[in-house]
Design a protein around this ligand. Sequence first.
Ligand SMILES: [Zn+2]
Length: 154
Amino acid sequence: MNTAGTCSQPSPISGLGLFATHPFAAGERIAAYSGPLTDVPPTTRDGSTPVYALEVSPGLWLDGSPADNPARHANHSCQPNAELIWHGPTEGAWLTASHPIAKGMEITFDYGFSLAESLFQPCRCGSPECAGRIIAAPLRPALRRHLRFSRPRD
Ligand SMILES: [Zn+2]
């Protein structure tokens, strides 16, 4: 497993982040995102989705929380430079560069959370496109409508 190209260090987005220690070309695999698979959506004690649990294909979740998952510190961004690609149970999920990534850049991807999940997960990615919550890109217009209608009027 190639983990030589990344390291974990404090991130301006949240906690520890995953950073490139050498450049990656678009389309290049960065690190495996490994952990147990489950067909039951994982939940935390308060009923929200744990941040490391990702739906890698419809109805299949990967729990990326084990300490030996080399990519577990990769943060969500609303303008990510990588994507998580599911290659099936044998190869697993791989963080793959979606844009050229320079040495030293933080590696981010779209956690793909649902609207309900996003309400528990504020996003501080700092990108101009930030939706304010961790939510799958296609759902961001729905989130913006939801927040507009639920905001108290003055
Ligand atoms: Zn964001």
